[in-house]
Design a protein around this ligand. Structure first.
Ligand code: FES
Length: 499
């Protein structure tokens, strides 16, 4: 099933694939909400801009989000104050609050019809042991001179023990918004789709971005491609991993509530509503796990469907989809100069699960940097920051996961036998001493790939929910035919002909 957003938006554009050679002021690699927002600001300022998108505009993370526009990014501010101090936390909050205002201003100025509505945002708990965390967060946010309240009054169909509420947050339909931006710039910005940038090299006066069928020369390049595919310099693969999460949209057959909700702790559950073609739907999200770790239907969509049935027994699931988010080890996105060794190359990544505001923050910071204008929030998100990573648990996780995948699995793998792989399923078998990734479709047709990630060589794992090969190291994904779906890998898997 497609995402609700992609299914309910009728595209009016068909962009060409790039070929040949062209020169622009700015080349933006990636046509999600960040790339298009950046293109919007820069085009309005008179820059000659091109956007090169590997797939369709807003078809990846942007098209699969919950589309909450909020500065409430989980229980974050208590953590930020403890780790980095009040001025830092306040700047993070202000940057994201300004992003909400900026998005609304664009919508009003450009008359973008995108189902925008102001909503209160709640982090709630039903567990006594988490209640103090809610109180701590409320106190932390109040210490930043931002209005935030503790309340037990929520719109959810169950009681909560407490919640932290941010007022005047918002939600919208992300594709309607992004294509609204495209409407504003389409005459002055060259957008290309199904165009993969395979390499970026420095020249005397800027960069050349190589695509499969041509090259774009530009003074400035913005990496807006979710997970930077350039390995060196930058080393972003040492600083981020990807998490998968799942969403369903449900017709509950009941009158729904206002507000956007997220659990304070694990397991994560997210709620918001959306009015689609006159019908109000409930969106339930959650079941997060690190991309590339084992997950099945019961542990993903099954969990969400059970929640829907518990509170709305008559409910009907209309959409199921999942998404991937880049998670940084210190919980702060990387925005700004990509590397001190590559001037005029910019990046915005690691938006955690909060890409709606973070993308606007990033677009403003990068635009200001290109215009040589100071941005008061740039220091918070500096992509070249060297501060010690205090999230030691996750650092350890990442190292262990990578080592396990690269070394241990190769030395001591647990292979399936060919017959153990069921129809419409996959797994790794050993053939003549070689590891082979096998998928059998429902008719028994076999698709065989080399199950080694084309990014940095980690052993892939089979994802039986999506029928994909996923990388546990940095979250690249490939379909069962080996086609690369998600960065940071950009090359397809090697395919075996075993017939
Ligand atoms: Fe980095 Fe696979 S995504 S090795």
């Amino acid at each position: 099933m497609q995402s609700l957003w992609i299914d309910t938006f009728k595209k009016t554009y068909k962009f060409p694939k790039f070929s040949g050679a062209s020169q622009y002021d700015v080349c933006i690699v990636g046509g999600g909400i960040f790339g298009i927002s950046c293109a919007y600001y820069l085009t309005k300022l008179g820059f000659q801009v091109t956007v090169l998108e590997k797939d369709e505009i807003a078809s990846k993370t942007t098209g699969h989000t919950t589309a909450k526009i909020t500065s409430q990014h989980g229980l974050l501010y208590h953590y930020l104050i403890e780790q980095f101090g009040i001025p830092f936390a306040r700047a993070y909050l202000e940057a994201n609050e300004k992003a909400i205002e900026a998005i609304k201003e664009i919508i009003d100025t450009e008359h973008i019809s995108c189902d925008f509505s102001y909503q209160n945002s709640f982090i709630y708990t039903t567990k006594p042991e988490e209640l103090q965390n809610i109180h701590d967060e409320v106190s932390a946010v109040q210490s930043l001179n931002f209005t935030c309240e503790f309340t037990t009054k929520v719109g959810l169909p169950f009681e909560v023990l407490g919640s932290c509420v941010f007022k005047h947050q918002a939600q919208f339909h992300p594709l309607k918004y992004v294509y609204g931006l495209v409407d504003c710039i389409a005459d002055n910005c060259d957008i290309f789709t199904h165009t993969t940038v395979t390499d970026i090299r420095q020249t005397n006066d800027g960069y050349v971005c190589y695509t499969e069928e041509g090259e774009v020369h530009a003074k400035y390049v913005v990496l807006a491609c979710h997970y930077p595919f350039l390995k060196v310099p930058g080393f972003y693969f040492l600083k981020m991993y990807q998490a998968s999460s799942y969403l369903i949209a449900v017709d509950t057959k009941k009158t729904l509530f206002d507000g956007m909700y997220l659990t304070a702790g694990e397991p994560t559950l997210s709620f918001r509503t959306a009015r689609i073609n006159g019908k109000e739907l409930l969106l339930i999200g959650g079941a997060d796990h690190k991309t590339g770790t084992y997950c099945n239907y019961e542990a993903s969509y099954g969990v969400l469907e059970q929640v829907a049935k518990t509170y709305y027994p008559e409910s009907e699931v209309l959409y199921r989809w999942n998404t991937r988010d880049c998670i940084t080890l210190d919980k702060i996105p990387y925005i700004g100069i990509y590397s001190h060794y590559m001037p005029n190359l910019y990046v915005g990544t690691g938006f955690q699960k909060w890409g709606m505001t973070s993308s606007n923050v990033a677009a403003n910071i990068v635009t200001d940097m290109i215009c040589k204008k100071e941005n008061p929030y740039a220091f918070v998100f500096s992509a070249t920051r060297m501060q010690p990573i205090k999230n030691r648990g996750e650092v350890k996780n990442m190292v262990v996961q990578s080592a396990k995948s690269i070394v241990l699995d190769k030395l001591n793998p647990s292979y399936l036998s060919f017959d153990e792989i069921a129809l419409n399923s996959g797994g790794i078998v050993q053939i003549n001493g070689e590891k082979v990734g096998i998928f059998k479709d429902s008719q028994g047709k076999i698709f065989a790939v080399k199950p080694v990630c084309t990014h940095l060589g980690c052993l892939l794992s089979w994802n039986d929910v999506d029928k994909t090969w996923d990388c546990p190291c940095h979250g690249s994904r490939f379909d069962f035919k080996g086609k690369n779906l998600y960065d940071p890998a950009i090359e397809n898997l090697q395919v075996y002909d075993i017939h």
